[in-house]
Ligand binder design. Structure first.
Ligand code: FDA
Length: 567
């Protein structure tokens, strides 16, 4: 390391961390260091290969976190993947670039985060993005877009794949028109419902994955004030307090270098945690910021009693179906974003009333599950906001991906976008190298099951609706033998709990909310009780968003960098 003192220390060189590092180091008068546990993956073909989704799973660049046994989810433990590399999870993800529904971001302000609206975030989506405008023939084949929603000047390359192909798309379009779901010209303008093919984080010229490092680090690596320390693990933040009633101040971080030696790197201004939703809360806890109960268990002195650190974990449940087809399926992956009406049809009103009347129970069950750390009243308020998004604003609550399943098969991978179940992530030891205890409480609440079942039934209907019906001979998974046409919800549920996985979208574990409502960071992303520790990563999202996460995380990180510069 050239120096042991920096203005800003960024913990985690992932999706959000590299964005912040880039923007802060635009100012030549400050120096910035990014400390990343993993290595560079610039030339790792498991990363760069545009068609290589999944190749990196289970390799050294995948943290492969594991949940505790999911008592509501088939008693199985689930793998939660996350990238361990410069670029973080953007190095191993599915590269889909889809944002959020506008009112979802407005909801962040509604729960007490002043200034967080779609309108205030939208310029930052644009600031990040550099869209490769699709060719006329790509557009004709389905790569439609609205130029007003995009930018061609940001660092992050976004493009439609070269393999855009309308073979499957036109069948799906016909079928979904019959099912009342429209074609969506562009999902990235704040209204997401419909069938579409979305762009991806791809560098079109080199035709490689555009991960965070390709966008925000490598082109700027020669900046003298931007330092990246690889293969180095941050153990905790060094905190000081001048007077007993003051906020604590971070003076640096303790790290373990690749050779096993332990050292301290000092921060003159701020420490920014960007270690991801499954790791940032643990770093707080190891530093003495968290629930007294958790900290005392591991003999960690309490610096800031902030009970909700690690709570509010929200992930989605992912399940796959498939249909046996008359011939080999070719074509491009297509996405459907469907709302409650699309999924539940005539039953929507009844389900809406049922869920509304259950919110109180959901809140008290959740409060009971988290030992009362989040109060039932606060949870009910949050659930009410989410309920309104689902049933009043009618925002999409399902994402379904249709793609060739290999040979004579059409796959449909799907997830409910807005489950209510919430869990937690906490340290398992005072040893920072030990993996955390993760409990997402998958499928704990009735709505989450109804949602996952409702989407499965919509997919079944799609297989049975012309023109897709011409292609799909029969549903092969689960198939009518396993889950008959008139199956009860219990039968569907049984199949789901045996086959689901994490959707790898954990958020909310250091939620941006007022402190008295169970928040961990303020609307400027400062950790409560500290003067100079911020969190910028997926853990600050108070709710799920409908789109895949990175586009929103890049935008949030761009905005966070402005906050930091302004302060
Ligand atoms: P991120 O994980 O990017 O960064 C955290 C960094 O901190 C990592 O580099 C990690 O190694 C480092 N770190 C952790 N602990 C540390 C420590 N103690 N010391 C030093 N460094 C430490 N999204 C999307 O938009 N489109 C998609 O198609 C998909 N698909 C998808 C597939 C799969 C398999 C996964 C796992 C995820 C997705 N996602 C996705 C989700 C998305 O990629 C993900 O939410 C973000 O990349 C997370 O960004 P963060 O900045 O929060 O953390």
């Amino acid at each position: 390391i050239p120096d042991k003192e920096y203005d800003y220390i960024i913990v985690g060189g992932g999706t959000s961390g590299l964005t912040v590092a880039n923007r802060l180091s635009e100012d030549h008068n400050v120096n910035v260091i990014v400390i990343e546990a993993g290595a560079s993956v610039l030339n790792n073909s498991n990363v760069t290969d545009v068609g290589g989704y999944g190749l990196a799973f289970g390799t050294a660049i995948d943290w492969q976190y594991e949940s505790v046994k999911q008592i509501y989810g088939g008693n199985s433990s689930q793998v939660l993947r996350a990238g361990r590399a410069l670029s973080g999870t953007s190095a191993i993800n599915g590269m889909a670039y889809t944002r959020a529904e506008d009112v979802q971001i407005d909801a962040w302000q509604a729960i007490g985060n002043d200034g967080w609206t779609w309108e205030s975030l939208f310029p930052y989506y644009l600031k990040a993005e550099n869209l490769t405008i699709p060719t006329v023939s790509q557009v004709e084949l389905g790569a439609t877009y609205n130029r007003a929603y995009h930018s061609e000047t940001g660092p992050l390359d976004v493009a439609f794949t070269k393999t855009v192909n309308s073979t499957l798309l036109s069948l799906l379009n016909g079928t979904f028109q019959s099912l009342g779901v429209p074609w969506s010209e562009d999902v990235n303008g704040g209204k997401m419902r419909g069938l579409n093919i979305c762009p991806s984080t791809i560098n079109y010229q080199e035709y490689v994955r555009e991960d965070a490092a390709r966008a925000y680090y490598w082109p700027y690596a020669s900046r003298g004030n931007l330092h990246v320390l690889l293969n180095t693990f941050v153990n905790h933040i060094e905190l000081n307090r001048t007077a007993s009633n003051d906020n604590v101040t971070a003076s640096g971080v303790q790290v373990t270098y690749q050779n096993g030696t332990v050292g301290v790197i000092n921060a003159k201004r701020e420490v920014i945690l960007s270690a991801g939703s499954l790791k940032s809360p643990g770093i707080l806890e190891l530093s003495g910021i968290g629930s007294r109960q958790v900290l005392e268990k591991y003999n960690i002195a309490v610096q800031v009693d902030l009970p909700s650190v690690g709570e509010n974990l929200q992930d989605q449940v992912n399940t796959g179906m498939s249909g046996a087809t008359t011939h080999k399926v070719t074509g491009h992956t297509a996405l459907v974003y469907a709302n409650a009406q699309d999924i539940f049809g005539n039953e929507t009103e009844t389900i809406s009333t049922l869920v509304r009347d259950s919110l109180k129970d959901y809140a008290s069950e959740t409060a009971k599950a988290n030992g009362g750390i989040m109060s039932a009243d606060d949870l009910e308020d949050l659930f009410q906001v989410q309920y309104d998004l689902i049933f009043k604003d009618q925002i999409p609550i399902a994402e379904i991906l249709y793609f060739p399943g290999g040979g004579n098969s059409l796959a449909a991978q799907y997830w409910g976008l807005l489950p209510f179940s919430r869990g937690s992530v906490h340290i398992a030891s005072s040893d920072p190298l030990l993996k955390p205890i993760i409990n997402p409480n998958y499928l704990m609440l009735d709505w989450d099951n109804k949602l996952q079942i409702g989407i499965a039934k919509l997919i079944r209907r799609s297989y049975e609706t012309y023109p897709l019906r011409n292609l799909v001979k029969a549903e092969s998974s689960p198939g009518l033998i396993t889950v008959p046409q008139n199956a009860s919800d219990a039968q569907w549920r049984e199949w789901i709990v045996r086959h689901y996985r994490s959707n790898f979208h954990p958020v909310g574990t250091a939620a941006m909310m007022p402190r008295e409502k169970g928040g961990v960071v303020s609307e400027h992303l400062v950790v409560y009780g500290t003067s100079n520790v911020r969190i910028v990563d997926a853990s600050i999202l108070p709710f799920q968003v409908d789109g895949h996460l990175v586009s929103t995380l890049y935008a949030v990180a761009e905005r966070a960098a402005d906050f930091i510069k302004q302060s």
